[in-house]
Every structure is written in C-alpha cells, then in structure tokens.
Design a protein around this ligand. Structure first.
Ligand code: PEP
Length: 266
C-alpha cells in the first residue's frame, strides 16, 4: 500500500525568526499517524524548523539542491550541505524551471545528487496552460517528456531505494487559485505510472507515490484524495496557514485509514 503524504512548500516565505513557531503550530495541529508530513522551508530556516519539529514525526525537506557535488557555484547549496538539516528535497519545481532555467537534464542531475546523499526526492513535473489547452493527450505528452528526461537516466532500483515521490503540478494551477480537476490529475498519475513501466520500472511503478500540487486547500483536497491513484499533495500557499494544513491533513487521514481498511491482510 502506498503512503499518504502531505508536503508543505513554504517557497520564499518565513524567516529564521518566525519559521520555528509556524512549524511547531502546524505539527501540533496535524498530528495524524497515518499521514506522512513534510515541511520544506527556505534553506536559511532548515535548522530552526528541524529543531522545532524534533520528536513531532514531521520531516524536514529542502526546496532544491544543486546538480553538482561541490565547486564554484556562488550562493548555491549542495546535497552534502543538507546533511543533518533535511531528509527530503524538492527537485524540478516549476518556479525553479522558470526562474533558473532548469532543464530536464539538470533536474535529472539533481535527482542523482539527492540519491547519493540519501535525500528523499519529490520530483515535480507538470504542463503549461498552453499544453493543457491543446487537450489531455498534449498535456500527457509534455509531462511524459519531463518524466523521461529526469527519471530515464537513473536506475529504477536506485530511485525506488531513495523513496522517490512524484508531484504532478500543472503549472497553470500553481498559486493561481485555479486547481485541476481530480479526474484529470488521476489520469495524469496513471500516465506517469505507465511511463515508468516503459522505463523499466515494471511493478515498482505501482508502488510509487504520486502527489497532486496546484492551489490545494482544505476545501478541495478531498477531490484529489478521492482518486485512488493520487497519494497526497504538495501544498504551497495554503501550507503557511495552520487552519488550512489542519484541514488538509485531517482529510488525508480519512483517506489513509480508508485505504488501509481496504488493503487485504497477508
Ligand atoms: C507548490 O508550490 O508546489 C504549489 C503547488 O503551490 P500552490 O499550492 O500555492 O499552488
């Protein structure tokens, strides 16, 4: 059975002065043993948030990692630098693809660094509005290309061992208040698992958690979790609001418990 995961992407919000308090509040209000919770604050808040979350069961993730192990890359953060600060890492977020010209090849290299460092990667892939406007097949073709570009060069066993999670995030739904339909997200999740099978993942594709991301709130999370192929959410704007996170994780716990009850024992 795949886990239910709710990951918070705080983006470029919070400071070391206020991040600990927010993390503590969210942890206390989302205490659901059946849901894996992850908070990804800015790099400079990782230590503070890690201290605040110690013993809460909420994991800490970074929002990015550099594609090289070390070197002359002013201002960048390597996988080795994250040791002791984060156990998860987001790679390929569309805001990094947009603002830092990250290509699929670069995202793939970042995945490699995450694997080497024992960081659990959340790989973000998703189409632009123009792709979606050309129809579902066009959107699937774009996402499939991103999947092959990032995942294709890696040994499936290494990615499975690293605990890879994929977040399907249609770019037009991120931060816009306009979320995808649950059925479209589910169709994309099925296509992603199909793509992984083509890449040699075989049955491991069925075990890969796929999250939806894009304007998720406590009010709409149910539409995504009602889809058996969706295993949680990557939450941006709403993840800064404890009330929203409490609602999202409470709804996720209902799904986790229901799926557990449906899973045959033995
Ligand atoms: C994100 O940052 O990955 C995201 C999905 O943002 P939002 O929830 O604000 O759309």
């Amino acid at each position: 059975m795949r886990p239910i995961i709710i990951a918070a992407n705080w983006k470029m919000n919070t400071t070391p002065a206020d991040a600990g308090e927010l993390a503590r509040t969210i942890a206390a209000r989302t205490h659901e043993a059946s849901v894996e919770r992850v908070i990804c604050p800015p790099f400079v808040c990782l230590a503070t948030v890690g201290e605040a979350l110690a013993g809460t069961g909420v994991a800490v993730g970074a929002q990015d990692v550099h594609h090289e192990a070390a070197g002359a890359y002013t201002g960048d953060i390597s996988a080795a630098m994250l040791a002791g600060l984060a156990t998860w890492v987001i790679v390929g977020h569309s805001e990094r693809r947009r603002d830092h010209a990250e290509t699929d090849a670069r995202v793939s290299a970042k995945l490699g660094r995450a694997i080497e460092a024992g960081l659990r990667p959340i790989l973000c892939i998703g189409e632009q509005l123009a792709d979606r406007d050309r129809g579902a097949d066009a959107a699937i073709a774009v996402v499939d290309g991103q999947l092959r570009g990032a995942v294709g060069p890696h040994d499936p066993a290494a990615l499975v061992g690293a605990g890879l999670v994929i977040a399907y995030e249609p770019v037009w739904a991120i931060g816009t208040g306009r979320n995808a339909r649950g059925s479209d997200a589910a169709a994309m999740a099925d296509a992603i698992r199909g793509g992984l099978r083509d890449l040699g993942w075989d049955v491991a594709a069925d075990g890969l958690p796929i999250l939806y991301g894009g304007s998720v709130t406590a009010a709409n999370i149910g539409e995504f979790l009602a889809e058996p192929s969706i295993d949680g959410a990557l939450v941006g704007g709403a993840s800064l609001k404890p009330d929203e996170m409490a609602g999202i994780v409470a709804r996720a716990a209902l799904t986790a418990n229901a799926r557990r009850a449906e899973t045959p024992v033995g």
